[in-house]
Design a protein around this ligand. Structure first.
Ligand code: NDP
Length: 434
């Protein structure tokens, strides 16, 4: 805390990991002697830069850009870019740190990185978004490349932003390096199945966890927070597996329909028309809208999938879910549950799928996009989806096995942290002190 003052989210993410690694350190003192943890919590590089751009009225605006290149022990840095006014060093470092272990869990050769800007895309015109993305990439392009660092999307960065950034990178480089970004459009090197991968992957992971206890999504009632990329495809897959999704949200509030919400309307509002979730009740008056997002966790459900943002589910929300009989939690967003909420779930034997395992499907398919770009070919949606399912099953197995090996059977927080850590730590030791 002295070394990284005021970086609350980063401290939170690191503390959770360090607490679960104690048994590994006891068993393998080499990790202590080699100062693996001290090295792992210090980014290899943290870049911040000025992003000047011109709005539609001709005013010059300035935002701050970030890229943390956290760890390259097992592959080039890999992680998304977030455009949101809350972005700061702490947010980028917590996300980058989580990404190291998450990427390791996927079994793909990718290191950990993350980036973004405090730019707020809400209410900006298409041309303003384009000018911002071009200015952002003008600086970022000096630090990335298909074998160096491969950014992707995250909150506020979807296919449109990736397209503008890819165009600018290509122009600056004078070369077509398809593998420099993932989440690209299908027509120019994107992978089928990438858009759906994080949400689908979260549900595949939770499904494995449920099956282990003789449970399933079929006939269950599900609440999913957010209504962005992760949320929409988590809802879609849960519905395909027979669940009834009764609520979702955005940062203004949430909609609720005990008979189930209509996903086509949500896709139309969010993916096509760029509207707010309260517009849903204008089309479906049978549903209700409530202001404020945390109230969504007071809705009774069997499975809760927080898919919006960090610390959106606190102790009070966890207690409300538990008293309403929730059976399982699957984190689609990064660090959506506070530590107190996680403790409450684990103490009450609620099945808990932590983010770095449950939402790793997105980055896993990004790694498959890189593989397709390197081979200059494209796989079918079915091929990608089947690989994604295998990867999510494998992450579940690795995590559950590590929890057993270290006498915390069934605790996937501990299992995922350990399974992700060991591979990176061993590679760091093999590379020597660098
Ligand atoms: P999007 O920008 O597509 O959607 C984010 C959603 O969350 C929106 O509905 C947004 O509402 C809502 N939201 C954002 N901030 C808040 C807040 N403070 N309170 C309540 N709701 C909020 O982002 P993604 O779906 O891509 O990302 C969601 C989460 O999943 C993030 O934690 C991200 O890091 C994580 N993730 C994403 C991956 C991906 O592949 N996209 C991969 C792995 C993790 P509004 O529109 O009102 O802001």
């Amino acid at each position: 805390e002295k070394r990284n003052p005021n970086e609350l989210e980063f401290h939170q993410a690191v503390k959770e990991v360090l607490d679960s690694l104690i048994p590994v350190l006891v068993k393998n003192p080499t990790y202590i002697k080699q100062a693996v943890l001290e090295r792992m919590v210090e980014p290899e590089r943290l870049i911040t830069f000025r992003v000047p751009w011109v709005d539609d009225q001709g005013n010059v605006k300035v935002n701050r850009g970030f890229r943390v290149q956290f760890n390259s022990a097992i592959g080039p840095y890999k992680g998304g870019l977030r455009f949101h006014p809350s972005v700061n060093t702490s947010i980028i470092k917590f996300l980058g740190f989580e990404q190291i272990l998450k990427n390791s869990l996927t079994g793909q050769p990718i290191g950990g990185g993350k980036g973004g800007s405090d730019f707020d895309p809400k209410g900006k015109s298409d041309l303003e978004i384009m000018r911002f993305c071009q200015s952002f990439m003008t600086e970022l392009s000096k630090h990335i490349g298909p074998d160096i660092d491969v950014p992707a999307g995250d909150i506020g960065v979807g296919a449109r932003e990736i397209g503008y950034m890819f165009g600018q990178y290509k122009k600056l480089r004078g070369a077509y390096e398809a593998g420099v970004l993932t989440g690209k459009g299908i027509g120019y090197g994107g992978s089928l199945g990438r858009k759906e991968a994080t949400g689908y992957g979260t549900v595949y992971f939770v499904d494995e966890m449920l099956k282990d206890q003789g449970l399933s999504f079929n006939d269950s009632t599900v609440v999913v927070s957010g209504s962005g990329n992760v949320s929409i495809y988590a809802m879609e897959k849960a519905m395909q597996l027979g669940a009834k999704v009764v609520a979702c949200s955005d940062s203004s509030g949430y909609i609720y329909d005990p008979n189930g919400i209509d996903l086509d309307t949500i896709k139309q509002l969010k993916e096509v028309e760029n509207k707010r979730i309260y517009d849903y009740v204008k089309i479906h008056p049978e549903a209700s809208f409530k202001v404020g997002c945390s109230g969504i966790w007071s809705i009774p459900c069997d499975i809760a999938l927080p898919c919006a943002t960090q610390n959106e589910l606190d102790k009070e929300a966890a207690e409300s879910l538990i008293s309403n009989g929730v059976k399982a939690i699957g984190e689609g967003a990064n660090m959506p549950s506070t530590q107190e909420a996680i403790d409450a779930f684990l103490e009450n034997d609620i099945l808990f799928a932590p983010a770095k395992a449950a939402n790793a499907g997105g980055v896993a398919v990004s790694a498959l996009e890189m593989a397709q770009n390197s081979a200059r070919l494209a796989w079918t949606q079915e091929e990608v989806d089947s690989k994604l399912q295998d990867i999510m099953k494998d992450i579940y197995q690795k995590s559950i096995n590590a929890s057993k090996e270290y006498e915390a059977e069934g605790n996937l927080v501990i299992g995922a942290n350990i399974a992700g850590f060991v591979k990176v730590a061993d590679a760091m030791i093999e590379h020597g002190v660098i």
